[in-house]
Design a protein. Structure first.
Length: 346
């Protein structure tokens, strides 16, 4: 399985510039007390808030970035946050603490408004004060071909022989690996896939993360691939990946090498897809699912759970494909299935 935010490895100028941009040096941090003051709030309950541990950005409970502040909305995520050494500050509620049945051993802000406070902290973009400034200029390899109607916005890094088709829009931070082809009207590095009610008003969740696309991949016409919202996090598309016409890949997804995402498929946020997997046309994969290596998601499937290696599922909701075939034969008769197979073979 691909690891979160893994980056394609090469030694090109575009890649070196990308690495320097996406992984800057940290210069400042905030203590739990300073963060509460920044938010202008007083916690109802807190644990170890006088700890010398400081935070410098927001992220997820499974983050690989040291110095992260995270939100744990249930006991499962709280356990993950408390056991992750990269997490330096946790926002959660008393119900999650009680359900876990332990006293948090790291700085933890406990409140019924923990989710709102974390959202506000995220949108304050504390990382902009904690990390060295970066050059936001794009870099396009001399061998890359960008159509005159395409739009490159912000820190976009295009490697050798990348082709960008008409009217496509690529928003940074984004790295596109060598020999990758992007067809017309594709949108990469998009933002704004979710929002939250803050004090009765809908407030967008700002995006500070990026997108990486590995070498030899093909992004077809009108496909959309979203960026990751958290700083130093990336939606990652591996090498030799095909993303079909009008398909959608959500924030923080990790797509392994040699995968095919067929036309109009919708891959929701934080989905992990292992290598050599095939996602059929019109399929929907629900948020946070893990599709292991060599899996097959049949056309039009709705997947709401994990799929094991070499799994083959179909249906709404998706179950093993052989079970669907048996149910079809039972309900419709063997003769109808045989007739469909024979017709298909003509």
């Amino acid at each position: 399985m691909p690891s979160p935010n893994s980056l394609p490895k090469n030694d090109t100028e575009a890649y070196r510039r990308w690495r320097a941009f996406i992984k800057p040096a940290r210069a400042q941090t905030y203590s739990p007390t300073e963060i509460l003051n920044l938010l202008g709030v007083t916690t109802e309950t807190g644990h170890r808030l006088d700890s010398p541990t400081h935070a410098s950005q927001t992220s997820y409970c499974f983050t690989e970035v040291p110095g992260s502040a995270v939100f744990a909305g249930n006991s499962k995520w709280l356990q993950m946050a408390l056991s992750n050494s990269n997490v330096h500050l946790v926002f959660t509620d008393q119900q999650s603490v009680d359900a876990l049945g332990i006293t948090p051993d790291k700085p933890t802000i406990v409140s019924t408004k923990a989710g709102e406070w974390f959202h506000r902290l995220h949108n304050l973009a504390i990382h902009k004060h904690c990390y060295d400034s970066r050059d936001p200029s794009p870099f396009v390899s001399p061998s890359a071909k960008v159509d005159s109607t395409a739009i490159i916005r912000g820190p976009v890094f295009l490697d050798h022989n990348v082709e960008v088709g008409p009217y496509s829009i690529i928003s940074g931070p984004t790295y596109i690996g060598p020999n990758t082809r992007i067809e017309e009207l594709a949108t990469l590095g998009t933002r704004g896939l979710f929002a939250k009610q803050i004090e009765g008003q809908l407030e967008a969740f700002e995006y500070y993360g990026g997108l990486t696309v590995g070498p030899n991949s093909h992004i077809h016409a009108r496909a959309n691939v979203a960026a990751a919202p958290h700083f130093q996090n990336c939606t990652t598309i591996g090498s030799d990946v095909s993303i079909g016409i009008s398909s959608n890949v959500g924030h923080d997804c990790q797509i392994g090498n040699n995968c095919t995402i067929a036309s109009t498929a919708c891959i929701c946020g934080r989905v992990v897809i292992g290598e050599n997997s095939w996602i059929g046309a019109g399929s929907i994969v629900s948020e946070g699912c893990e599709i292991s290596n060599n899996a097959r998601i049949r056309i039009g499937s709705v997947v709401i759970g994990d799929v094991p290696s070499y799994g083959d599922v179909s249906g709404n909701f998706a179950i093993p494909h052989t079970a669907n075939l048996k149910a079809y034969v039972k309900n419709n008769g063997h003769s109808q299935l045989k007739s469909k197979v024979q017709t298909k073979g003509k």
